[in-house]
Ligand binder design. Structure first.
Ligand SMILES: Cc1ncc(COP(=O)(O)O)c(C=O)c1O
Length: 450
C-alpha cells in the first residue's frame, strides 16, 4: 500500500465516485476511511467516529465479525470461484440458499436466486415477474407500478421504477410501461394529507385508479420498499402495505417487496414485509445478506411463483438471466456465516431497541432545533431527519448548510449520510446505547452550528 502522501494526493483524481459530481469530488476530496472496528470507522488522519451510516445501510454486524471474515478467507483457499450457471454449483451456495430460504420461509419465500447486489436483485425480480405471467399465458402483463420517492437501484429496470428524478432524468429514456403512485410521505404529498392512515387510503385509491386506466391485464408487478430508504426514510402507516397487497391480489399483480435495506433485521423484524404483516410474491435482498463484507444479493420467490416455473414443461421456464458472480462460492460462504451470526446475535431485537432510542433522541432534538422539519423512524435502525431553513414554508435546507452540518457532526463523533436535505441514518444493528447517545450529541452540536 502506498503512503499517506500518495493516497491524499491522488484522492478522487482517477476514481469517479458513484452518486457525486466528479468535479466536486476533486474540489472537496472524500474522507479516506482506513479502518473500522465494531460500529466505528477511522479516517486517514486517525479521527474515529461512530458510523451512523452502517457503511451504506449494510454493515449490520458491525466491522469486527471474525466469523464472517474467517469464512471468507477459508473459502478463498478452498474454492475462490466457480460458475453457478446451470450445470455446476458449489457447497456454500447450496447451504446459503437453504439458510436464506429458511430465514424468509415465514414471508412465504421458497426459492433463492443469488446476484451480486441490490440492483441485480431488483432486475431479477422485474424480469422473472414478466416471465411468470408469460408462462401462465398472460404475456400482455409487462408493466410495472411503483412509488414516487422509491429507490430500486441503478440498472435500467430499477431506475425506471425509481421514484426520484435525480436518478432518472440524465439517463432517459427509461423502460416504457413504468408508472408511479404518490409516496406515503406525510410531510409533503399532493393531497396535503398529514394523517398517515388516510394518506395510505388515498394512495390505495390511486393504485386502483391507475389499474383501471392501464388495464389489469397489462400490469406485471408492483414494487415497493416496506420503508422507503434512500428517498428519505419514509415510514408508511401500518395499513399501507396490506392495502397494496390486497389490491395486487384482486388484480393478479405480483407484489415485489424491495428488502435491500429492510431485509435481515433492520426494521426490528427479519423482513420489512413481515414488519407490516404482509407476504409478498418476491423479495429483492442484498446489503445485510453479507453485512457488506462481500457483494451479494438475492431475489427470492414464493411457492406461487416457483410452481409456475418448476411445473413448466415447454422449456419456456428456463431462466436465461444471471450473473457471472451469481452464487459465488466466496460470497455464498459470506452469506452462510452472516445469516448464522445474524440469528445467533438476534440483531433484530437490538435494532428495535436502539432504533427507538435513536428516534426518541432525535425527537427531543426537534423540540430544540427549528431547522428540523420532519423526523422519521421508530421502526428499527432507519432514521430520516428532514432539514428546512424555514419551518413554516418547509423550505428545504440548502446544500452548503447540509455539508456544514455533516462536517460538524463528523468532527463531533458521528458519520451521517446526506440525501438532498435529509440526514439519513442506518447504523450497524449491533450498536450500543452509548454509541447511539454519541450520534445524538454529535447531531445536537451540528444542528446548533447553523
Ligand atoms: C431498496 C433498494 N433497492 C435497491 C438498491 C440497489 O442496491 P445496490 O446499490 O446494491 O445495487 C438499494 C441500494 O441502496 C436500495 O436501497
Amino acid at each position: 500500500m502506498r503512503d499517506h502522501n500518495f493516497t491524499t494526493e491522488h484522492n478522487a483524481r482517477h476514481l469517479w465516485h458513484p452518486m457525486g459530481h466528479p468535479a466536486d469530488s476533486q474540489a472537496n476530496p472524500p474522507k479516506i476511511i482506513v479502518g473500522a472496528q465494531d460500529s466505528s470507522i477511522t479516517d486517514i488522519d486517525g479521527h474515529t467516529v461512530v458510523d451512523a451510516v452502517g457503511g451504506l445501510w449494510c454493515v449490520n454486524l458491525g466491522y469486527s465479525n471474525n466469523v464472517v471474515k474467517d469464512a471468507i478467507s477459508k473459502q478463498l483457499y478452498d474454492l475462490p470461484y466457480y460458475s453457478a450457471f446451470a450445470g455446476s454449483t458449489n457447497p456454500p451456495a447450496i447451504e446459503a440458499s437453504y439458510l436464506v430460504r429458511e430465514m424468509f420461509a415465514d414471508d412465504g419465500m421458497s426459492r433463492v436466486f443469488f446476484t451480486s447486489g441490490g440492483s441485480d436483485s431488483v432486475e431479477t425480480c422485474l424480469r422473472l415477474a414478466r416471465q411468470y405471467h408469460r408462462l401462465r399465458g398472460e404475456p400482455t402483463r409487462t408493466k410495472y407500478i411503483s412509488l414516487k420517492k422509491g429507490y430500486h437501484g441503478t440498472h435500467f429496470g430499477g431506475a425506471s421504477v425509481n421514484g426520484n428524478n435525480r436518478f432518472r432524468i440524465n439517463y432517459e429514456p427509461l423502460l416504457p410501461g413504468c408508472f408511479h403512485l404518490p409516496s406515503p410521505y406525510t410531510y409533503r404529498n399532493p393531497f396535503n394529507e398529514t394523517d398517515p392512515a388516510i394518506l395510505a387510503q388515498l394512495i390505495a385509491q390511486s393504485f386502483e385508479d391507475e389499474i383501471a386506466f392501464q388495464g389489469a391485464n397489462t400490469i406485471a408487478a408492483f414494487i415497493m420498499e416496506p420503508i422507503q430508504g434512500a428517498g428519505g426514510v419514509i415510514v408508511t402507516d401500518a395499513s399501507f402495505m396490506k392495502l397494496m397487497r390486497d389490491i395486487c391480489d384482486r388484480h393478479g399483480i405480483l407484489m415485489i417487496s424491495d428488502e435491500v435495506i429492510t431485509g435481515f433485521g433492520r426494521t426490528g423484524d427479519w423482513s420489512g414485509a413481515r414488519h407490516w404483516g404482509v407476504k409478498p410474491d418476491m423479495m429483492s435482498m442484498a446489503k445485510g445478506i453479507t453485512s457488506g463484507y462481500f457483494p451479494v444479493g438475492a431475489a427470492l420467490v414464493s411457492d406461487k411463483v416457483a410452481e409456475v416455473f418448476e411445473n413448466d414443461t415447454t422449456g419456456e421456464g428456463a431462466i436465461f438471466h444471471g450473473y457471472t458472480y451469481s452464487a459465488h462460492p466466496v460470497g455464498s460462504a459470506a452469506v452462510v456465516a452472516t445469516v448464522n451470526e445474524t440469528l445467533r446475535l438476534d440483531t433484530k431485537t437490538n435494532a428495535a431497541a436502539r432504533g427507538q432510542q435513536l428516534y426518541e433522541g432525535v425527537q427531543k432534538l426537534a423540540q430544540k432545533h427549528d431547522i428540523i422539519g420532519d423526523v422519521r423512524g421508530g421502526h428499527g435502525l432507519m432514521m430520516g431527519i428532514e432539514l428546512v431553513s424555514d419551518a413554516t414554508n418547509k423550505t428545504p435546507m440548502d446544500g452548503a448548510m447540509m455539508k456544514k452540518i455533516h462536517q460538524t457532526a463528523y468532527e463531533n463523533g458521528a458519520m451521517v449520510r446526506l440525501g438532498m436535505h435529509n440526514i439519513l441514518m442506518s447504523p450497524p444493528l449491533v450498536i450500543s446505547p452509548a454509541e447511539i447517545d454519541q450520534i445524538i450529541n454529535a447531531l445536537d452540536v451540528a444542528f446548533g452550528s447553523v
